[in-house]
Design a binder for this molecule. Structure first.
Ligand code: V47
Length: 382
C-alpha cells in the first residue's frame, strides 16, 4: 500500500491525532497537547507506524543489546514506596545485604562475556559512605574490565548526604572507585501529587532533575525511566516526559529512555491491574515520538514480557537491554519472565521481529554486528 502524509493525516483526524504525522515526518518537536493526544488515542497502530518511522530513520533495522548481569546489593530500604515489592527491613524475612566480598564474587562468577554490571538497591544510610566506594572497588576486582552502571539518583543522593562533601567531589571519588555510568531508575512519575501519595519519603522530583543535571555536567552518561500504570493521569505522564526532554536539551546526558510498566504483585498497590500489552506498546511508541532528543528507546524484556518486547521492536524501540541475570526488583513484584536469556535467545527474538542483532557496550559502542546468522554461531559462546 502506498502510504503518503495525506493518508496518515486522514487517518489521524479520526484518531484525534491531527497534525502529528506531518510534524513527525518533518522532524518537528511534538507539543504537550500532542503527548496527551497520543496517550488518549485508540489508534495505537498509527502511533506504532509513526514511531517505527522515527526509529528506522535513527537506527535502521539495528536492535541493540548487551551481555550484562545485575547485582541488587541490598534490599534494606527506608523509603517505603507503595509500588515496591523488593524493600525489606533488617531482620525481615528475606532481608539481605551483600558484603563487598560477596559482590566481588558475584561479578567474578557472572557470565564471563558480560560487559556490564547493573548495580542498584534500596536506600539504607547505616551502610555508610565507605561501603559504596568499597562495593564499586569490589565489582572491579571481580572483573577489572567490566563497566559498572550503578546507583539511581535516589542512591546517589543518599551517598552524597553520607559523604557530607560537594556533589562533584563525591562523583570524582565514585568514579575513581570504579563507577562508569548510572542507570535510569528511581524517577517514577515526577508529579508532586503522585509523589506525595505513593513515595513521600523519596528524593523530590526537582531534586532528581537537579542531581541528574549535575551528574551529566560532571561527564557521566545516565539513562532515564518513567514508571507508569499506578495512579498517575495521562497529563502527569506527559509532564514527566517533558521534564526529561527539557533536561536532555540542556545536558545531552541521557542515552536511553526506558518506560517501566508497573508490576503490582506483592506491593501495597496489588489491587491495580498491570498495564495491558497495548498500553505497554503505546508507552514505547509515545516515548520514541515525544523524546526526540534521546537516542535510544529500550524495551526492557524483563518487565514488558518477551512477546511485547519483541513487538516493541517494530513500534519504536531499538534496544532490548541485555541477557540479564540475578534481577530481583521486578521478579519480586511478579514478573514472570525468565531470569536470563542467552545471546542466542536474544538473536532469535530480534531476527523474528525483522531486525538485526548488534551487541553493544553500555555506552553504545558496537561490540559485534551479528548481521548474518552463521556469524551468530561463530561469535556466540553463551
Ligand atoms: O528504580 C520498582 C522501578 C526501577 C517496580 O537504566 C518498578 O538501563 C514497576 O530502573 N513495578 C529499577 N517498576 C529498574 C530500572 C532499570 C531497568 C532496566 C534498565 C535500566 C537502565 C534501568 O524499577 C526502580 C523503580 O523505578 N520499579 N518496583 C514495580 N513493582
Amino acid at each position: 500500500m502506498d502510504i503518503t502524509i495525506d493518508h496518515l493525516e486522514q487517518r489521524a483526524v479520526a484518531a484525534g491525532l491531527t497534525g502529528i504525522p506531518t510534524k513527525v515526518m518533518a522532524g518537528e518537536r511534538l507539543s504537550f497537547e500532542d503527548g496527551v493526544a497520543m496517550y488518549k488515542t485508540d489508534d495505537v497502530t498509527l502511533l506504532g507506524l509513526l514511531a517505527n518511522h522515527v526509529r528506522e530513520q535513527m537506527h535502521g533495522d539495528i536492535c541493540y543489546y548487551n551481555v550484562n548481569t545485575h547485582v541488587n546489593y541490598t534490599n534494606y530500604c527506608n523509603q517505603m514506596c507503595d509500588f515496591c515489592a523488593f524493600q525489606r527491613r533488617p531482620g525481615d524475612d528475606g532481608a539481605y545485604c551483600m558484603s563487598p566480598d560477596q559482590i566481588e564474587n558475584a561479578v567474578k562468577t557472572a557470565n564471563p562475556e558480560a560487559t556490564e554490571v547493573h548495580m542498584v538497591a534500596g536506600v539504607w544510610p547505616a551502610l555508610g559512605y565507605p561501603y559504596f566506594l568499597d562495593i564499586l572497588r569490589a565489582a572491579k576486582r571481580g572483573r577489572p574490565d567490566i563497566h559498572v552502571k550503578a546507583f539511581t539518583m535516589v542512591e546517589i543522593d543518599q551517598i552524597v548526604r553520607l559523604a557530607k562533601k560537594p556533589v562533584a567531589e563525591v562523583l570524582a571519588e565514585l568514579r575513581e572507585a570504579g563507577l562508569d555510568s548510572m542507570p535510569g531508575g528511581g524517577a517514577e512519575i515526577f508529579a508532586e501529587r503522585v509523589h506525595e501519595e505513593l513515595y513521600p519519603r523519596k528524593l523530590s522530583s526537582d531534586n532528581w532533575v537537579k542531581l541528574a543535571k549535575e551528574i551529566h555536567d560532571n561527564g557521566f552518561k545516565t539513562n532515564c525511566t518513567m514508571m507508569y500504570g499506578m495512579i498517575e493521569t495521562i497529563e502527569e505522564r506527559v509532564d514527566h516526559l517533558q521534564r526529561l526532554r527539557n533536561l536532555q536539551d540542556e545536558t545531552g546526558g541521557f542515552q536511553t529512555y526506558i518506560p517501566l510498566a508497573f508490576h503490582p504483585d506483592n506491593t501495597k498497590l496489588e489491587h491495580l491491574e498491570k498495564p495491558s500489552p497495548t498500553e505497554r506498546l503505546r508507552s514505547i511508541a509515545v516515548g520514541r515520538l515525544f523524546l526526540d532528543n534521546i537516542p535510544h528507546i529500550k524495551a526492557y524484556w524483563i518487565m514488558l514480557g518477551l512477546e511485547v518486547a519483541q513487538a516493541a521492536l517494530t513500534m519504536g524501540a531499538d534496544d532490548l537491554d541485555g541477557t540479564v541475570s540475578q534481577e530481583k526488583i521486578y521478579h519480586e513484584a511478579g514478573a514472570s519472565t525468565p531470569q536470563q536469556l542467552t545471546r542466542a535467545d536474544i538473536h532469535k527474538l530480534i531476527r523474528e521481529a525483522g531486525r538485526r542483532p548488534v551487541e553493544r557496550n553500555t555506552v553504545y559502542d558496537v561490540i559485534a554486528d551479528f548481521s548474518d546468522e552463521s556469524d551468530s554461531f561463530e561469535k556466540c559462546t553463551v
